[in-house]
Design a protein around this ligand. Sequence first.
Ligand SMILES: [Zn+2]
Length: 400
Amino acid sequence: MSARTYRAIAEHIETLPVVSSHEHHLEDADQNALTLERILQCSYVDWQGISVGESDSDHDRFLDQARHNSYYVWLEKALDRIYRIGGKLTARNWRNLSAGISHTHSDPEAHLRILREHCRYRYALADVYWNTGSDLGHPDLFKPVVRTDMFVAGFHPSVEDHDGNSPWRFLHLDGLTFDGYVELLNEFLRNSVKNGAVAFKLAAAYERTLALGTGSYDRAARIFMKPPADTTEEERLVYGDYIFRVTCGIASELGIPYQVHTGLGRLQGSNPLLLEPVIERYPDIVFVLFHGGYPWIHETGALAHNHPNVHLDMVWLPLISTSAALQALHEYIEVVPSSDRIAWGGDCWTSEESLGALLAYQHVVASVLAEKVDGSYFDLAEARLLAEKLLYRNAQNLYS
Ligand SMILES: [Zn+2]
């Protein structure tokens, strides 16, 4: 790709608004307490599992090990963009940066300003899994998503989903029969949509297989409230299948897109191809497959090629592996029948990391479109229009 084409597209992209299909943005109080250490702790860098430590030599050791992974690379670029650290975080500028972050966030609006001004977010979808359906008190910037995992997992008050949530604590179900529970769940989902939720989200691939069957009301009713030690794996799956079916009934009735985490969960059950029967069962529900299904980026492309109700979301993928995201976007542009069906989200807890995720995605979009222009796949005017779809138009149209 020529540097000139890349620059022409990148400069256009930097003027565009952004709609993020997915964030886990923390509450105001957590944002106001941010330091460098907290930002790292609340980022994917923490998933690298390398201790940050406290002394200069700890920091040196941490940076030496962590800094080549793409989670780290893009967060550092964002910190440099906001706090001007001379391009590189070192043990020497560590404390200064942490103090600068703390000072910035002593202004309670700082985290919102970074999203609006640095990221140019028009709005973001908030998957607030610890209080699902919340707009974080900023309805102008965050549209809520309803996370359905705890309902799919929780057949008994002692069972939590992988984020520690339980329908019993969330909806106060004490004394309800299964019938009454299903009715309440239907009501909760309907009310959430009435109150502004624009999507459902299933992240169950972290705890079960994506091979979601149809379940059965009678069997689910028998498993409801059964002591977990007396249940089999098969029973727990059947229960989840039935509850997922209930949520699909509402998604279908209300025309709500269903976002599904695919790939990088429990790897033996998170291959996006396992979802094909569900995709076929509900042709009127838009299933948004997240993360390019990494590592199964081709499988998600094939699903979108074959099923008009599949949309692909690049969310998190440029942070997981920038080069896999480049390959995926090249392929998605070619294979997805309509370019209306590709979008992106940040998937972050802090505005700093959201900016890093956005910088990664902008780089991916500019690189891929530049290569397509230089290879005469389409022209520069077309590339600019497609960039607008990829950065905000598609997400805006889907989640309105
Ligand atoms: Zn997420």
